[in-house]
Design a protein around this ligand. Structure first.
Ligand code: F6P
Length: 469
């Protein structure tokens, strides 16, 4: 079995005792895959260190897994992470051309950091390593490694949506991005819809041709493209939720509700998540349903995110103001319709909170998959489950047929769905829950890891020269 090398922008380096207790499902699954293959996890340490160029790595071993992380300097973080990755690629992939800020300086920083990462990673590689790169921050990495003579199998997984050709082509360097992806052996996307979009970008824009099956040829290299919908660590999350009511935060929340129904939303503070539209919809629901006034509480948990990016800082202000306005207009002396919490809550507490909620609102304007949708369902009590209200624009909507699917841009319809979720009889709720749980168990994050790595390691199509030379 080849050694596995995972590359991601952030690396969850275990604490000195070897524990990754706070890590999410993806980190846990990747760590498990690394342990079973023996492995190396490489990426940014998450630290910004002065003006120092990226030229050294901190390397630590935990069992048979090595963690190798590099600090970035201020300029690198500004241009590579906050700039090109999060002000150009992120909004573009989320169809937000209005927010896409393309700067040549940031683009240069993005390619510079990827080149530095490749320079640091290449000497750590062994000839038969299987390399798996994650996320839009690192698209050019394989091409950089190829230029350095690396011939290993290299796969890329795009965790966020892939946009249609007309959206992608607004990016001045979209050809370089497509060329970068063509240097991989497998490009993994979340859904069939993303694959269709990707094929459109490749073929319609003339960057490559489809060879049949999942194979494409572009810039002299043959590679596969496929949909690998990511899952959660279902069994562990179910267990966490079963114990969730003992969690002090969940306990306190339940007590504080005084038998009111709880509706919950959990998202990073990001404009792609549709938090403002959701608050409007909840407020509309309260206006439309006099019986809900005073009897339903909406808890929105929104840890701050990417605050160094101006669009995120603006949003922080907007959502806080909107929440204040709705609470002021609709609230009463003994009831606040929206509890807005701007901090990180542990996974154990979230599992408990999901379990006591009557409805979960997962209404992004665009999302690659959305694991909160899956975790909300997994956390439910099978005898008395809550209902998921899910945006049709989340990748998860393509699998989760037991959710109430909504268009988050339609305030009225989303408000109606909240009402339906809260008043749904228990038999109907159970039916919906039972239609989703077997799939959540079967397609969990470990299965996702396995299916991706099987395709990456077993690709048999002969490779042409070109980028490999
Ligand atoms: O969904 C894409 C993603 O990059 C995840 O991999 C990551 O966990 C999340 O966004 C948070 O992003 P950031 O590292 O910018 O806080």
């Amino acid at each position: 079995m080849p050694r596995l090398v995972v590359v991601s922008n952030r690396v969850p380096v275990p604490s000195p005792k070897g524990s990754t207790a706070t890590a999410g499902g993806l980190a846990v699954a990747l760590e498990a895959a690394l342990k079973s293959h023996g492995g190396l996890w490489f990426g940014w340490s998450g630290k910004t260190s002065g003006d120092r160029e990226i030229e050294w790595l901190e390397i630590r071993d935990f069992g048979n897994v090595t963690y190798a992380v590099a600090d970035l300097n201020r300029r690198d973080v500004d241009e590579y992470y906050a700039g090109f990755a999060n002000r150009a690629l992120w909004p573009l992939c989320h169809y937000r051309l209005d927010l896409t800020d393309f700067s040549r300086k940031d683009m240069a920083g993005y390619f510079r950091v990827n080149r530095s990462f490749a320079r640091l990673l290449a000497p750590l590689l062994r000839p038969d390593d299987l390399i798996w790169v994650h996320d839009y921050h690192l698209i050019p990495l394989a091409a950089e490694l190829r230029h350095m003579g690396v011939k290993n199998r290299i796969g890329y997984f795009h965790h966020i949506p892939w946009p249609p050709a007309d959206v992608l082509s607004t990016l001045p360097v979209h050809d370089t991005i497509m060329r970068g992806l063509a240097a991989y052996d497998l490009v993994g996307l979340q859904t069939d819809y993303d694959v269709e979009n990707f094929a459109g970008c490749m073929v319609r824009e003339g960057f490559g041709r489809a060879l049949g099956g999942n194979w494409y040829e572009s810039y002299g290299h043959r590679f596969q493209v496929g949909a690998f919908p990511i899952g959660i660590d279902t069994d562990i999350f179910v267990q966490m939720a079963e114990e969730g009511l003992k969690n002090p935060i969940a306990k306190r929340t339940k007590e504080s509700l005084n038998d009111r129904d709880l509706v919950i939303g959990v998202d990073r503070l990001d404009y792609s998540k549709g938090i403002g539209q959701r608050i409007e919809a909840f407020s509309r629901f309260i206006e439309m349903s006099p019986s809900a006034k005073g009897h339903v509480t909406f808890l929105q948990i929104t840890p701050k995110s990417r605050s160094e990016v101006p669009e995120y800082a603006d949003m922080q202000k907007e959502i806080a103001e909107l929440t204040g306005r709705v609470n002021g207009q609709l609230g009463d002396v003994d009831w606040v319709p929206i509890r807005y919490v701007n901090k990180t809550v542990s996974r154990a507490a979230l599992a408990g909170l999901y379990r006591i909620a009557r409805a979960g609102l997962v209404t992004p304007l665009r999302d690659g998959m959305n694991l909160v949708a899956k975790e909300f369902v997994a956390a439910q009590d099978p005898n008395d489950p809550g209902v998921l209200v899910l945006s049709r624009f989340a990748g998860a909507a393509r699998e989760m047929d037991g959710a109430l699917i909504v268009n988050p841009y339609d305030t009225e319809a989303t408000a109606n769905a909240i009402g339906r979720a809260i008043s749904m009889p228990v038999e109907a709720r159970r039916e919906r829950y039972n239609s989703m749980m077997p799939k959540l168990r079967e397609h969990d994050v470990a299965a996702w890891c396995r299916s991706y790595l099987d395709v990456l390691s077993q690709a048999t199509e002969p490779q042409s020269e070109g980028l490999r030379a």
